[in-house]
Design a binder for this molecule. Structure first.
Ligand code: ATP
Ligand code: MG
Length: 425
């Protein structure tokens, strides 16, 4: 679990702002949901034989209530199950479909390594109540637009279709037959999943099993006409938008709840943690967690991985620096100075005031104050010296331009010159 300190958090806020802005343009609305949900929700929603439910959840028993009953609770390992719970609980699909998004921490007890943490952050987008392929495509376009707007490059979109339950059943039988014939080549995980979740065996990262899974029966070859039509409709929209994709028939995703379209955005620049965003259609999950049957589709991206990839690609993200730094030689002037700074802030200027860190030693020398002003990154120094203050004024000195230009401005007319201090103008 990481501490995100100011040197990093400016990037986080920048990314979150980009996301908020983009979501608004796609008409997705924000939700803020609990971090703790009942354990049963995830067991039912994600599937019992998944990595997350089998070994990655932080679960605990709550204190017993007065009847001696204690609830089993879990820190959310992903956002979809909780979102669906909320949608059902608040009957949100009553008047039609909903387009929603969320951002926040998720928890999985995994082996920590680069791009894989125990508390990590996801941004997710979900469209619920819409059965059509156009919504699958819209969500992919939404993610694709985000990469463009933050300047992320070289992310590959991989697509697959997991078809419908009937098609999966036929494929499953063929797959089990194939795996049974080659049971001596299965690792321990695969043997355990042979009958409970054979599809997930295809997702193995074990190098020794790659030949075996490459030659296994492909679910894609079991898809019927309707599933293929849905898949083609998604592709047609992506093609019309110039979004490149590749078919990855081995893409199955970690959760049981997917059907039809599944997709991942992957990069080769983050070592083995190369998936920055994954999602797909999950038409049976809402019913699974107790709602009226309704289709849905969504994705989630890993914030840490996206930021890591931006860094890897040396894509600059803006630093948060104040517009101005107030230099105050005499503590006796603080009431007047702080009233002036307040007026500037109300006018939209960000100002950092020089503040001593040692008690009883005054405000410090001009030299040391200028040093601090430089270090702050501010574009302007506001010098509240005795001479100019006697004239009801402040000196505004450019700290960034080489010539150190300065002008005297009247404190009584701050509103008229405040905008000249703002970086954005
Ligand atoms: P992986 O195959 O890398 O384990 P996943 O399929 O478990 O990923 P999802 O559950 O689909 O991941 O979550 C969506 C995204 O969240 C991932 O694509 C990834 O970017 C990010 N993510 C998942 N687990 C972690 C983690 N432990 N630490 C950081 N980011 C993560
Ligand atoms: Mg995982």
């Amino acid at each position: 679990m990481n501490d995100i300190l100011p040197s990093e958090s400016a990037k986080w806020e920048w990314l979150e702002d980009k996301v908020r802005n983009l979501m608004a343009r796609f008409a997705y609305r924000n939700t803020r949901l609990p971090i703790v949900e009942s354990t049963a929700l995830f067991v039912r929603g994600l599937g019992e034989v998944t990595d997350i439910v089998e070994k990655e959840m932080y679960s605990f028993e709550d204190r017993a209530d007065k009847h001696g009953q204690a609830e089993h609770l879990t820190l959310r390992p992903e956002g979809t199950a909780g979102l669906v719970r909320a949608v059902v609980e608040h009957n949100m699909l009553y008047e039609g479909g909903k387009r929603l998004y969320y951002m926040g921490p998720m928890f999985r007890r995994e082996k920590p390594q680069r791009g894989r943490y125990r508390q990590f952050h996801q941004i997710g987008a979900e469209a619920l109540g819409f059965p059509g392929a156009e919504v699958d495509a819209e969500l992919i376009l939404l993610a694709h637009s985000l990469w463009q707007e933050i300047g992320l490059q070289n992310v590959e979109l991989q697509l697959n279709s997991l078809g419908q339950p009937e098609e999966r059943k036929a494929h499953r039988a063929a797959l089990i037959e194939y795996l049974e014939k080659n049971v001596d080549q299965l690792d321990e995980d695969a043997r355990r999943r042979l009958y409970s979740n054979p599809l997930r065996i295809l997702d193995t990262k074990n190098p020794a099993m790659q030949d075996l899974v490459n030659a296994a029966p492909r679910l894609f070859d079991f898809l019927g006409e309707a599933s293929l039509k849905h898949f083609d409709a998604v592709k047609a929209i992506l093609d019309a938008n110039g979004v490149k994709w590749t078919l990855n028939t081995r893409l199955v995703r970690g959760m049981d709840y997917y059907n039809l379209t599944v997709f991942e955005f992957v990069t080769t620049q983050l070592g083995s943690q190369g998936t920055i965003c994954g999602g797909g259609r999950y038409d049976y999950l809402i019913e699974q967690v107790g709602g009226k049957p309704a289709p849905a589709v969504g994705w989630a991206l890993g914030v840490e991985r996206v930021l890591e990839l931006l860094k890897e690609q040396e894509q600059s993200t803006p630093d948060l620096v104040p517009d101005a730094y107030a230099i105050v030689p005499d503590a006796g002037t603080l009431p007047t100075v702080m009233a002036a700074l307040q007026t500037l802030r109300v006018a939209g200027v960000s100002v950092q005031m020089h503040t001593p860190t040692t008690a009883g030693e005054g405000m410090g020398s001009m030299k040391s104050q200028f040093k601090k002003a430089d270090a702050s990154g501010a574009r302007f120094g506001l010098i509240f010296g005795a001479d100019e203050m006697a004239r009801g004024a402040v000196t505004v000195k450019s700290l960034r331009d080489g010539d150190g230009q300065q002008v005297e401005q009247q404190l009584a007319s701050i509103d008229q010159w405040a905008a000249t201090l703002r970086v954005a103008g």
